[in-house]
Structure formats: structure tokens, C-alpha cells
Design a protein around this ligand. Structure first.
Ligand SMILES: [Zn+2]
Length: 385
């Protein structure tokens, strides 16, 4: 009996030790494999290996471990795992990421700051021998925010960067082709380069957080870091204005911390409301002819004209008297469709702000008796506003 309980005690102790070891197992990352038009990295956690890849026919990538570092940061903070890198990484980025985790984990209590172990020599380590490019990029999807950032900085911007695999799923080949045509036209008009990048970064982030609330800033940062050496600076267009800021995956407090001396990452456009960005941009015919806002994309439609984002944007264009010129919205603005909108919890805060701004704009243009005005008014009332 005594022997049995002794054995049992040892088994329990071993299970506990195994658990502790398991809990402390770090996530391993290292330099990637680079080819002419791609780079890939192995991410190792609990003996499982996952591959992050980026592909492009337009740019050369970096294979430094700081590219997958941003992608694994979310799962590391979620699972309280440290990250182990056998190579060197700039201290500037490590210092920035410590600040990033402090802010992020204050906003989101289910995440914890973790340690990033690197093989840096003692003292301040910075990469001294890196080529500083003169190119300046801007992430570009053809939406309101990215068009505005492009127009504001078009003298400085040399490249428009579209990432396939973020808002547009990797399986949407036809929609990618439409965006390629739009982006190439915009780039050719202003003498810029259109850069198309494909990546599975979103798949790796999946399961460790909400794409909008937690993940998409890190995903954009990963792509930006993969281009350090080819670019000196990359703009991320803000998705909200300064008075409506809330914890969000891409944020002026966070995005800039994903850069360092090798590449600057700028969160841009936070000073303007969405409707102000549209009012500024409608003077460019290219904006009206190519604007793409839909994120539902049924049947790979460019703009469905039925989702909240399509209807909200069409309403602004309608109030400004230029919806007829926005040729990528193929259906008429339908007031009945507005009154029937069903909104998810995640989208409700921004929906209310956008709807109120559109009602104000319609009033400013003497349209308070229109069907469209009444439809938004009734919808707001249905959601208690
Ligand atoms: Zn839509």
C-alpha cells in the first residue's frame, strides 16, 4: 500500500514537472529561406512547425527573424510563452516591442507581456550595415483610408502595396485580379509602382485573436518588416479618426512601434473623419472610378452595394452629389436595404458614429426629407440611438 502511494506520488510529481516544462516551452523562430520572389519562415511551438510565407514578383524580401517575430507575438502573449531567437535582432525593435506589449496587454486583459530571448552581443546591438532605400510605400486596398493617405503623401510615396491574404482571402483569385487592374491603373496615372504581395500571415494569426481588435496591425507590420532594405518608410492608413480611437489592432499608439532604424512605419490619417477623407478625395476622378470598400464581396463582387460599409459610403457620395460618378457601385442606393441592415456587436460602435455623420452631411446638403435620410434615422432608432 505504502509502495503504491509512493509510486502514485512520483507519477503526480512527474506530470506536474512535465506541465511546468510544457508551460515554459518557448516559441522558436529563425531566419527564413529566401528565393528570387519569396521568403518563408518556420515557426516552432511544442514540436509543431508552421510555415509563414510572403511572395511577390515586384520586391525582394528580407529573411531576418524579425519578420516572423511580429506574427508569433500575438500567440506568445496569448499563451504566455517566451520567444526564442538564436540570432541577432536590433535592440531598437526589442525596446519598441516591450512598449507595444505594455500598451496591448493593458487594453486586452487575456494577453500578457512575454520575454524575447535573442542572441545579441552584450551592450547596445544595432544593425549597422543595412542598405537604406529611398522608396516609400503605402499599403493600398483601394478603400477610402488608403486613397486618402496616398493623395496626401503622393509626392513622397513611390509604391502602392496591396497584400493578398488580408481583407481579400487567398482563395479570391478573381477579386485579386480586379484589384491588380485597379492598383496598376492608379499607379500608372501617378508614375508609381504597384506592388502585390501574397502571404498566409492571417492564417497563422487566426485563433490567437480577433483580426480587427488584435491582429491586423501585426500582420501589416510583418509585411512592412519583410520589406526593410527595399523601403525606408511605409504608411499604414488609419481606419478611424482621433476622437473615435479605441483599442484596435492597427492604432497610432501601436503601429509606429513595429518599426525601428531600418524601417519607419507610420500610422497616417487619424486627424480626419471618414467623411472628410471622402470629401477631400472626390475631386480626383480616379477615386470615384476605382473606390473599393466592400469586405463581404459576395461572388467576388468589387462592391456589393448591400452591406453596411457599401451603403454607408454610397450615402456619403450621394450627399456630396457624386454617387453617379462612382462607377464601381453598380446598383442604386436602396433605402429599404439600409433600414433592413443587421449589425454585429463588433461593428456597432463605428456604425453609430458613421450613421450620425452621414445624417449630419445629408442635413447640410438639404436632404433631410429624403428616403435615404429616413432609412438611416430609423435604423439608428432600431439600435437605440
Ligand atoms: Zn459591400
Amino acid at each position: 500500500m505504502k509502495k503504491k502511494s509512493f509510486l502514485f506520488g512520483r507519477i503526480v510529481k512527474n506530470i506536474r514537472l512535465a506541465k511546468i516544462r510544457l508551460l515554459k516551452t518557448p516559441i522558436f523562430i529563425e531566419s527564413g529561406k529566401i528565393t528570387e520572389n519569396s521568403v518563408s519562415f518556420l515557426i516552432e511551438r511544442d514540436g509543431l512547425k508552421e510555415k509563414l510565407y510572403l511572395k511577390s514578383n515586384h520586391v525582394r524580401f528580407q529573411n531576418s527573424p524579425d519578420v516572423p517575430l511580429l506574427i508569433v507575438l500575438l500567440q506568445a502573449m496569448k499563451r504566455k510563452r517566451n520567444i526564442f531567437i538564436r540570432e541577432t535582432i536590433s535592440n531598437g525593435l526589442i525596446v519598441n516591442l516591450i512598449r507595444y506589449m505594455d500598451i496591448f496587454c493593458t487594453w486586452h486583459s487575456s494577453y500578457r507581456p512575454i520575454k524575447i530571448h535573442v542572441n545579441n552581443p552584450p551592450g547596445q546591438f544595432e544593425k549597422n550595415s543595412f542598405e537604406k532605400s529611398r522608396r516609400v510605400g503605402a499599403f493600398f486596398s483601394g478603400g477610402v483610408d488608403s486613397f486618402y493617405t496616398f493623395f496626401k503623401h503622393k509626392d513622397e510615396i513611390t509604391d502602392l502595396i496591396f497584400v493578398h491574404g488580408f481583407d481579400v482571402p487567398l482563395s479570391s483569385v478573381e477579386l485579386r485580379q480586379q484589384i491588380r487592374e485597379m492598383g496598376s491603373k492608379v499607379a500608372a496615372e501617378w508614375g508609381k509602382r504597384f506592388v502585390e504581395i501574397e502571404t498566409n500571415a492571417r492564417d497563422i494569426l487566426k485563433g490567437w485573436g480577433h483580426w480587427g481588435f488584435h491582429a491586423h496591425g501585426l500582420a501589416l507590420g510583418t509585411v512592412a518588416r519583410s520589406l526593410s532594405g527595399s523601403f525606408q518608410k511605409i504608411f499604414i492608413a488609419s481606419s478611424t479618426s482621433i476622437d473615435q480611437l479605441r483599442p484596435w489592432g492597427s492604432h497610432p499608439e501601436l503601429d509606429n512601434l513595429l518599426g525601428d532604424r531600418t524601417i519607419e512605419i507610420i500610422h497616417d490619417g487619424v486627424q480626419k473623419h471618414r467623411n472628410e477623407k471622402i470629401e477631400y478625395s472626390v475631386s480626383y476622378p480616379f477615386f470615384l472610378e476605382n473606390l473599393r470598400v466592400c469586405y463581404i464581396n459576395p461572388g467576388e463582387a468589387y462592391n456589393c452595394c448591400e452591406c453596411e460599409k457599401c451603403l454607408r459610403t454610397m450615402t456619403t457620395l450621394y450627399a456630396l452629389g457624386c454617387l453617379g460618378k462612382a462607377i464601381r457601385f453598380p446598383k442604386p442606393l436602396n433605402a429599404r436595404m439600409i433600414s433592413r441592415l443587421e449589425l454585429s456587436d463588433a461593428g456597432q460602435i463605428s456604425f453609430v458614429n458613421y450613421a450620425i455623420a452621414n445624417l449630419q452631411l445629408l442635413r447640410e446638403h438639404g436632404m433631410e426629407n429624403s428616403e435615404v435620410y429616413n432609412a438611416w434615422h430609423d435604423l439608428l432608432a432600431r439600435y437605440g440611438h
